[in-house]
Design a protein around this ligand. Structure first.
Ligand code: SF4
Length: 321
């Protein structure tokens, strides 16, 4: 079996909530509470859940933009969880991130060409003419004209700006790209173009992706496996076909019910999801989904279900499935 590019084990990120003049500790938010997964070379893992379920915290913690409270993050077999900023530097080249809003993640005072070439200069990979030529090649790879390299971010459309972000992410030849809702801010037709581009780049470079979205429809095309998160935990993980055709967790079923049906003659599944995600500051006891679950029973309110193997690589955290 090929060694995973990324191996995340029992990752936790807890934030202390303080209040008042004395910054009194009033509680803890369990933003990520024991998340484990692996991503193989050339594989895309889709990570899905509603806003506030901890997906972005997983992404930022894996990137070491924020420090984990516990657990381990292995990149290509090396544990990078406790490395210092300096020790982390060579590993930064191996994983890059694309953000939801390309406008706020691109420096408005730099030209698109400078933005794409910047990582090459910062990491000492190329300078001068060599950096410019590499930036030109990256522009071509993401479907932008090299003539656009002198333009500033505000002169591009949203989809084009995300292409610039992708070119910048590719500059250092990473093994893993983490996309934190990379298409959520784009029109549906543009979303498809960007997803197709990411799929083509994956084939060309053997890239692995952690692709985060709040909507299962978005991850369907690009993912090989999908993990569903609810209030800081993975509640179901399976290969894409299994998850879409034979979901087991009531939350996954509810998210699937919200996916638009392409054929109007097909009966739309009943929308099962009522209310909002409960506050992670005061999560419900037992199964965190019990306040919205249509099949919850008494023990769901007191016993926390663990992620268990339902079949093969299909794992689910539910007492009844
Ligand atoms: Fe619903 Fe209970 Fe399963 Fe949680 S453990 S998803 S509340 S049935």
């Amino acid at each position: 079996m090929t060694a995973p590019v990324l191996e995340v084990t029992d990752l936790r990120k807890h934030f202390t909530v303080r209040k008042g003049l004395m910054r009194r500790r009033v509680g803890q938010v369990f933003a990520v509470d024991g998340v484990s997964f692996t991503i193989a070379p050339g594989e895309t893992l889709g990570l899905v859940g509603e806003s506030g379920c901890g997906k972005s915290t997983v992404a930022r913690t894996v990137m070491r933009l924020i420090e984990p409270s516990a657990g381990s993050i292995k990149l290509g077999g090396t544990d990078v969880t406790r490395l210092s900023r300096r020790e982390m530097r060579p590993f930064r080249r191996q994983m890059q991130m694309i953000f939801q809003d390309p406008f706020s993640s691109l420096n408005p005072r730099m030209t698109a060409g400078q933005i794409v070439a910047e990582p090459l200069l910062v990491h000492g990979v190329a300078t001068g003419k060599a950096a410019e030529e590499r930036a030109e090649a990256l522009f071509a790879q993401v479907g932008l004209r090299t003539g656009q390299m002198r333009n500033y971010p505000h002169q591009f459309s949203g989809g084009q700006r995300q292409r610039i972000s992708i070119a910048r992410a590719l500059a250092l030849g990473p093994k893993l790209i983490i996309g934190d809702e990379p298409v959520s801010a784009l029109d549906v037709s543009i979303q498809a173009q960007v997803i197709n581009l990411l799929a083509d780049l994956q084939k060309a470079h053997g890239l692995s992706y952690l692709f985060i979205a709040h909507d299962l429809a978005v991850v369907e095309h690009i993912s090989h496996r999908v993990a569903v998160m609810y209030l800081g935990r993975i509640v179901e993980i399976a290969d894409k076909t299994t998850l879409f055709q034979r979901p087991l967790h009531p939350y996954t079923e509810a998210l699937l019910a919200a996916v638009p049906v392409p054929d109007p003659k097909l009966k739309r599944r009943r929308n099962l999801l009522d209310g909002d995600v409960p506050s992670p500051l005061n999560p419900p006891p037992g199964c965190a989904f019990h306040t919205r679950c249509p099949i919850a029973e008494a023990r769901c309110r007191s016993e926390t279900p663990l992620l268990h193997q339902a079949a093969g690589d299909h794992h689910v955290a539910c007492h009844l499935r």
